[in-house]
Ligand binder design. Sequence first.
Ligand code: CDP
Length: 796
Amino acid sequence: MTSQALDEIKIGGLGSSRKRVEDDRFIRGRGNYTDDITLPGMLHMEILRSPLPHAIIKSIDTSKAWEIPGVHLVLTGEMMATRNLAWMPTLSYDTQAVLATDKVRFQGQEVACVIADDPYIAKDACEAIEVDYEPLPPIVNPWQGLAEGAPVIRDDKTGQSDNVVYNWEVGDKAGTDRAFEQADAISKLELHYPRSHPSPIECCGSIADFNRATSKLTVYMTTQAPHIIRAAVAMVAELPEHMIRIISPDIGGGFGNKVPVYPGYVCSILASILLERPVKWIEDKTGNLISTGFARDIYLKGEMALRRDGKILGVRMHTDADHGAFFSDAQPSKFKIGLMHSAFATYDIPAAHLTARGVYTNKAPGGVAYRCSFRVTEAMFFQERMIQAAADDLGMDQAAFRRMNFVRDDDFPHRTPFGFLTDSGQYAKCLDVGLAAIDYDNFRKEQAEARKRGRLLGLGISTMTEPLGAGNSREYDILGIKMFDSAELKVHMTGKALLRTGAKTQGQGHETTWAQIVAHELGIPADDVTVEEGDTDTAPFGMGTYASRSTPVAGAAVAMVSRKIRAKARKLAAHLLEVSEEDIEWELGRFYVRSSPSRGVTIQECAMAAYSNMPDGMEPGLENTAYYDPPNLTWPFAVYIVTVEVDPETGVWDVLRMVAVDDCGVRINPMIVEGQIMGGLTEAYAMSSMQFITFDADGNCVGSNYMDYLLPTAWETPGYELHSEVVTPCPHHPIGAKGIGECAAVGGPAAFVNAVIDALSGTGVRNIDMPVLPDRVWEALTYRRDVSGAPPVRQD
Ligand code: CDP
């Protein structure tokens, strides 16, 4: 490094806790969300939803709605069917009703739409539509769906004679059977991960604007994956792809909720084509909570084969997933139950076998990857609850049992029991940091002392490693579209730059962090780099942002395109310095002559030369694009430790401390990473302690508003102690980064539940399913029994 080298932190490069540039407009109330956009001549659409979960539609009478002044169009399934649009394909090779024709299959399903001068007229007109329903028995859990003689929900599908969506398996059945034959002990646990909803503050919405004169369709919409939506619209509406422009403006949170294609998008597009005017649809909160993609709702029967000394010999898992009425998860096509088979990736286990069954029920589509890499949240929750139960069954210490079975640092690359290849990690070190931080040994003593005085203290540990960054394209695709991502970088002649990627930020701060990668690679100050995402006419093709894939894939593409730019800039530098390329050295932001370090040119000088003084034969300009197909997923690791106190009189439990040790490889922006972890832990706390959205026996959605489905405020949210001292760079990512966005939401829930169960140790209670509400804890303590199943539809 010469004395002229730049200070990377000062220019906002890797490791700089640069303030989020996007916050400037958000704090000033100048964000540009879909609902902020008004187009000339714009009309408004509202949706009529089914009040019943399961019913035959005998007739729909729209005549009174048409008569209301200001109504321009009333759409029904019958009208959609004439254009072959009553049904659409889902991202999991199923079909989904756009507007119901034959039956309604969940409460809140879209039945008709009204397009009017304003949303109030449209809403009133929806109420004037008369639908004659003949109710059918509702199915609200997989067991009802699988029962003999259960009504077939998807009788629209040829050959579908029951409610099974799929049966799928993975792993080594024979090896696992052998492990169980050799076991000294078998630990069993049955769990339910309840239905939850990502519930972003901004609901879904779209503004479709079809221009007959140009034949171009522009859609502003709340999507995390604009290019996938463009492909879906091209296929569903049979419009030419180059005449479709999807613009995803600022998004008020996605968390997986804004990946699927929803009927409202399709209806607003058709309405705009028919009316030749822009049509805006903005969903209300209840509409969002009852009809858009739910997550989880999955039951586990788990078994672990154990050696007396604590070694895990094998694992068996069977899951039953409640998919609602349509199988519309966005997940890599070949894995029916997402990446559930990432379970036990943390541990060195010789054999494992997973069977998974999906069931249709009369609920809105489930299985959306809510802050989760396709079912990894469930996988890690089941893993860590089973680990705790197994340690308890063996009478072993929680931490010692985990440490004994961890994949060791020198075991990488490691083949997980279900066949993934993990490449790096320091699991035991992370655990040590966490145990030291929580003062583990002292807490155990304190816990024993407190017990003598009738106080119930508990400590829960959870670890997780998450497969983040789908693709590679060999193994991961959605509807056959290979999973990779992209970045395009244009360096202007003054050395300022414009970067575009195929990802789409929804609050994660890409505008800040991508510029930091460019700063790191090129020495262009991050403040000189504008980042744009979300417009399919300008951004390079990409698969969007979910499953914490942005940093592993699009972030890698940003590094790679910067390196392409640097390679061209090197040629320009050689030309300017009148030496050969081989004699040139690079330091941050500057090329210099190896033999004479004071003779150099900055990247900005190279940029100017690209437009004004390039060597003969060189293509002018300094622009490039990189498509990045990662060789593997990235595997961040984390240890979360929670201590709680449970009130034996009321079942209320309070978090005493929460320690988080996250190893996500190289941190681009430590402040943003910490924000991601805190947000994820808060969602984990919400899911484990209070979030309750379920269905009663009649199929009514209970919890379809924020009075019932609780979001923790600052008042309830516990304090977090974050640790960043363990850094294991990803060996294949160009800057050594691993994803982080979801880790805490994935690994956090088990830590909270494990802590409460630990507080109840000695009572015989092995499980309380989430949400661990005080009345459930009280019931468990009072009757000394497990409280399991999906509330309130319970067997007891
Ligand atoms: O795909 P998504 O953006 O949701 O998740 P991510 O790739 O894990 O990134 C979340 C945010 O954290 C982004 O702004 C990343 O650039 C940032 N991040 C980071 O600064 N360092 C990492 N090692 C990973 C992510």
